[in-house]
Design a protein around this ligand. Structure first.
Ligand code: X90
Length: 285
């Protein structure tokens, strides 16, 4: 296998489609973990996410998450010759740092190999866009170094928006300042925000009505120069809102390329029930 694409499980992608374009590559997902005093959930394709979310909603104790360590990344590298590995934002997780260290170890053992570690400064559906783009570049036969350059450029065009009913798990895990999260948790209020340039959670609006959320999201997309690029949506047990958002955006922007999927374990844990994430392509800067 010539190329291996690897992403941590916050991408919500557990396998890629096998077709002519992806002949020359394989894909490995590296799980994060969700941990309580009683149980450890490994975020792989066998995890029953809905069951986990329900169990956690009645669980009274502390819960946390852990990112892949150097060894987890090394196992995912296998003995591949050309590797693209994508991590969740380094501003909120140690996944990127572990991947970088794994790269050093790997290159000592495999001096001929090429390894590109990408700090997505984001997660979920924005990561999905980056994975799709790497598949496209490899499929077109573009060289490793050129893909590295182009994906960096592409990354400056992609963005992540979210609508969250609660920031409880963010606050409890010290990943967002309590003052920032003050409004979240008020019944009926949803926080609409984005992944900042630095890869942190940036709240933008407090909304009650779905229509208001959709309008704010569309506004944000216009600000970033969205025209008719790709849109990727991931939701935590909220297919109805994801579908409505998709219809709203099609009315707003015309018939664009939208795909909807469910959040895996890690995104579900932080986005919580009802959470919706949206990745999209803005304009070149
Ligand atoms: O344990 C770990 O290392 C993982 C920590 C992950 C923290 C962030 C998870 C984000 C999941 C929630 C909504 C989008 C927020 C965007 C912020 C960049 C998705």
């Amino acid at each position: 296998m010539k190329y291996r694409i690897i992403a941590d499980s916050s991408s919500n992608i557990f396998q890629i489609e096998k077709n002519e374009q992806s002949e020359n590559m394989d894909y490995v997902s590296v799980p994060l973990k969700i941990i309580t005093d009683e149980k450890e959930y490994t975020d792989d394709d066998k995890l029953h996410t809905g069951k986990m979310v329900n169990e956690l909603s009645t669980y009274k104790g502390k819960s946390t998450t852990s990112c892949p360590n150097i060894n987890d990344w090394l196992n995912a590298f296998g003995d591949s010759e050309q590797i693209f590995a994508l991590s969740i934002t380094s501003a909120l997780s140690g996944a990127y740092s572990a991947a970088l260290q794994a790269k050093d170890v790997y290159l000592e053992r495999h001096p001929q190999a090429k390894v590109c570690i990408i700090d997505t400064l984001s997660t979920g559906p924005e990561m999905e866009l980056l994975i799709e783009k790497i598949i496209e570049f490899i499929g077109k036969g573009i060289e490793f170094e050129e893909i590295e350059k182009r994906i960096q450029k592409y990354q400056s065009r992609t963005h992540l928006l979210f609508s969250l009913e609660s920031l409880k798990n963010f606050v409890n895990n010290g990943r967002v300042h309590p003052a920032i999260a003050a409004a979240a948790g008020v019944l009926g209020i949803r926080i609409v925000g984005k992944a900042s340039e630095e890869g942190t959670l940036q709240p933008l609006h407090k909304c009650r009505k779905e229509k208001q959320i959709f309008r704010k999201m569309a506004e944000e997309m216009k600000n970033e120069g969205f025209q008719n690029g790709k849109i990727r949506i991931a939701h935590c047990m909220n297919e109805a809102m994801a579908n409505k958002l998709s219809s709203f955006l099609k009315e707003e922007f015309g018939d664009c390329d939208i795909k909807i999927r469910t959040c895996g374990g890690l995104c579900s844990y932080y986005a919580e029930k009802g959470g919706v994430l949206l990745g999209f392509e803005g304009s070149d800067i």
